[in-house]
Ligand binder design. Sequence first.
Ligand code: NDP
Length: 285
Amino acid sequence: QQNPVTVLGLGAMGQALAAAFLKTGRPTTVWNRTPGKDADLVAAGAVGAATVEEAVNAGEVIVVVLLDHASVHAALDPVAERLSGKQVINLTSTAPEESRELGRWAERHGIDYLDGGIMAVPPMIGQPGASILYSGSPKVFDGNRELLESAAAADYFGEDAGLAATWDFALLSNMYAMFAGFLHGAALVRSTGASASAFAERATAWVTAMAQLIPEYGRIIDGGDYTTDVQHLNFHKAAMDAIVRASRDAGVALDVIGPIKTLIDRQVADGHGALAFERTFEELR
Ligand code: NDP
């Protein structure tokens, strides 16, 4: 018999996680602030709890999937005493400092706390390709591997509860910049009458090829040697100036590409024009 689990929060993600736990035959209790979201899960074998107290009493492991940091406190504060001695796995997206605050809150109440960042959309949960990043209590991570892996590949980053959120948001930053770059490129191409879909086909191949260079960026930044005999910042400045002119001529807003030009310009103005693009990292950190 597998340990019973409780899932608090039945938004799209909470429902997907609870369904994945149920699929492995694990006794699962579910709760949501607004009633009525547990119908499919109850039909699949979950126990629907009417109150958060009832839900928390039913499981030793409490998986929390709410909207944000404030909603986690709103749900858990009233049942803090009942959670004492239990394990809380918080998969709500919270900023690293908010995750750390929840870790301290849990410690004060005798709760073992594991924080997680979900790198998937709900339909990916329980499927290959989904991943969840964890940090906080190693005891909770090691003791619940089977539960965690029934939802997604599970990676542990360390005892500092803020680490998973840091990695989560770093990956999301990379993703948002990539998608924003696509939007800018699509606007440029659309100004000539071509479709965004035609651009998407080219952009997918291009971004995939360029992504192969990311490990080299990592090596150069970690080594701290930004000298280069290929494309230096002066070269990138000329390219970026031309991209900005092209964008202006096409009537495309500079909100996405403008900040990148500013960064490169500042590098060159500060005398780093002969160094590699990766030197820009020093400007950001
Ligand atoms: P939804 O908006 O679908 O659900 C939000 C949930 O939070 C609902 O169950 C809602 O309850 C509950 N909630 C909000 N405020 C409170 C409160 N004050 N007290 C109690 N419950 C509250 O979001 P998702 O399920 O999609 O996302 C949940 C978490 O997972 C978020 O932190 C999100 O960032 C993260 N995540 C989601 C991904 C996605 O693709 N969906 C991807 C990666 C992470 P009610 O029904 O009563 O409003």
